[in-house]
Design a protein around this ligand. Structure first.
Ligand SMILES: *Cc1c(COP(=O)(O)O)cnc(C)c1O
Length: 355
C-alpha cells in the first residue's frame, strides 16, 4: 500500500533526494568511497557546500552581504547563539508557541527580554497582530511557522529593529524578502534535508556588535569566516540539502513551492470546514500552509482513536496531533503531493460516511 508521510519532522523529502543521497552513501562521485567516509575537506566535497550555498542564495534571492551557513546543533542551539551574538541589553520576542517560548527562555540568560505579544491565552491558536516593537531593543525574534499549533505568519514583517526569524518549518515554501531580516535560521529536518543540519542566513555586518566574549564555536563570525568548515560539518545532511535545493530549482523554485503549498492547504482545509466530524484548531487568518491541525468536533470526540486507526489503515502516516493540541496534524511540506492530500481528504469523507 502506498504510504503518505504527514510527519511533522523529520519529515517527507522528495523520493529522488533520498535516492541520490543513498547512492552517494554507497559511492560518492564515482570515487569508490562512501560519502560517509570521506573528509569534509576532500577536493570533491567543497563543491557540494559551495553549490548548496549558491543555490540557497539563488532560490531565496538573498542579497549581497549575507552568509549562508550549514551548522550542527539544530534550531535549539540557535536559540542560545542568537542572544550570545546579538543581545547587548534587551531583546524583543513574539511568543507564538512552544518553540518561540524556548527561544525566549534562552535569551533571558543574557539580558532583558520583552515579550511584545503572546497567543498563549488561547493555546497559541493565532498569530498576534497587535503589538508595538520597542525601538530600543537589540532585535525582534519571531517564529514564522508554529509547527505544533498550525499557525503561520506568511508575510515579512516590517521591523524598525533587526528581525530574526526561526523558519524551521516553512523555509523554502515561499519567496521571502530576506533584506527585511538580520537572520533567518532553522533545523533542516522539516523542509530542507535529512536530520542533523541547521541552516543560518545571517547579515554579516550585524555581527560583532555585542561586548561579551563569545566561545569560538558559538560565534557566527567563526562560521562566516570559515565557510561552515571551521570544524567537521554534517557531511551527509549537507549533501541531502543540496539534492533538495536542486530539486526545488528544477520544480520552479520557491514561487512554485508557494503555489503548491496553497493548493495542498486549500484541499485539506476545505474538507475540514465542510466535514461535520472535524474542526480546525487554528484561527482562519493564522492558518499554516505547512502544518494543518484539526480535531474532532465535540460530539464526535470519542472517535479519536478510531479515525487514527482508519487513516493509518489507508496509508496515512504521522497524522496524530502533537500532545499539546491533540487531534490530528497533517504536515504538508514541499515534497507532499496533491495526491497525498486528496487521499487524506478521501479518508475523512469515508470516515464521515461511516458515522
Ligand atoms: C522543530 C522545530 C524546532 C527545533 O528544531 P531542532 O532542530 O530539533 O532543534 C525549532 N523551531 C521550530 C519552528 C521547529 O519546528
Amino acid at each position: 500500500m502506498k504510504k503518505y508521510n504527514f510527519n511533522a519532522g523529520p519529515s517527507i523529502l522528495p523520493r529522488e533526494v533520498i535516492e541520490q543521497t543513498a547512492q552517494a552513501c554507497l559511492d560518492f562521485d564515482n570515487s569508490g568511497l562512501s560519502l560517509m567516509e570521506i573528509s569534509h575537506r576532500a577536493k570533491n566535497f567543497q563543491p557540494i557546500v559551495d553549490e548548496a550555498v549558491a543555490l540557497f542564495k539563488e532560490l531565496l534571492n538573498i542579497p549581497e552581504g549575507y552568509s549562508v551557513l550549514f551548522l550542527g546543533g539544530g534550531a535549539s542551539l540557535e536559540f542560545c547563539m542568537i542572544p550570545y551574538n546579538f543581545l547587548e541589553k534587551k531583546a524583543a520576542y513574539l511568543n507564538t508557541g512552544v518553540w518561540a517560548t524556548k527561544a525566549e527562555k534562552e535569551a533571558k540568560l543574557f539580558g532583558e527580554v520583552v515579550e511584545i505579544a503572546s497567543s498563549k491565552d488561547r493555546n497559541f491558536t493565532y498569530i498576534p497582530r497587535d503589538f508595538v516593537i520597542p525601538t530600543d531593543a537589540d532585535y525582534l525574534h519571531i517564529t514564522t511557522n508554529n509547527t505544533i499549533y498550525g499557525t503561520e505568519l506568511r508575510e515579512d514583517l516590517d521591523s524598525p529593529i533587526p528581525l530574526i526569524a526561526d523558519m524551521s518549518s516553512d523555509i523554502l515554501s515561499r519567496p521571502v524578502d530576506v533584506s527585511k531580516y538580520t537572520m533567518i535560521y532553522g533545523g533542516a529536518q522539516k523542509n530542507l534535508a535529512m536530520a542533523g543540519l541547521t541552516f543560518v542566513i545571517v547579515k554579516e555586518d550585524a555581527l560583532g556588535k555585542v561586548s561579551r566574549p563569545i566561545p569560538t564555536m558559538l560565534d557566527y563570525r567563526t562560521h562566516v569566516k570559515k565557510g561552515s568548515m571551521f570544524n567537521t560539518p554534517p557531511v551527509v545532511p549537507i549533501y541531502s540539502a543540496l539534492m533538495n535545493l536542486r530539486y526545488i530549482k528544477a520544480h520552479g523554485g520557491v514561487e512554485a513551492m508557494a503555489k503548491l503549498a496553497q493548493q495542498r492547504a486549500d484541499i485539506i482545509y476545505n474538507e475540514i470546514d465542510r466535514n461535520k466530524l472535524f474542526v480546525g484548531t487554528a484561527e482562519k487568518d493564522s492558518r499554516s500552509l505547512m502544518n494543518i491541525t484539526f480535531v474532532l468536533n465535540e460530539e464526535y470526540k470519542d472517535l479519536q482513536e478510531e479515525f487514527l486507526a482508519f487513516a493509518t489503515s489507508k496509508g496515512m502516516v504521522g497524522v496524530k496531533g502533537h500532545r499539546d493540541v491533540g487531534g490530528f496534524r497533517a504536515s504538508c511540506y514541499n515534497a507532499m503531493s496533491i495526491e497525498g492530500c486528496e487521499a487524506l481528504v478521501k479518508c475523512m469523507q469515508e470516515f464521515e460516511a461511516m458515522h
